[in-house]
Ligand binder design. Sequence first.
Ligand code: SME
Length: 160
Amino acid sequence: MYDFAIATGSKAELYRDLAASLDALTAGEADPVANMANAAALIWQYLPDLNWAGFYRLIDGELVLGPFQGKVACIRIAVGKGVCGTAAATSRTQLVGDVHSFAGHIACDPASRSELVVPIVQEGKVTAVLDLDSPSPNRFDAEDAAGCEALARLLGSRIG
Ligand code: SME
């Protein structure tokens, strides 16, 4: 039923294809955990060279681990701490080419070398962040940021 071909053309095409698949998978489903779980699995399947892909949800002023793919991760992150906490505090995408040079980076997996964190906003408030990690330095660029921001916009109203 959910058999899809992954685009092999440009990165922009890959993200368009990923967004269309995510839209199809989450449209009409109101459960936030189901939608985050499928989103994490879909991103993991589509995007090469990741060692972690998933969500932290903003609950009572703290980021709490949500559905993800990859190794076990830190469960709670204070807003303002690390890359995820900075994205939540500023409501801005964090594109980190070398996590070793990001002051306060939280090393859940020492293999991570670069990271992209995109805030997910609903009605003007951050409700979660989408976090992607890679074992390769400089894995993510502006196209990845724009592609993941489009995914975050799509998910805003579908993850609670
Ligand atoms: N590195 C992140 C913590 C989350 S893990 O990468 C899954 C950070 O600095 O916020």
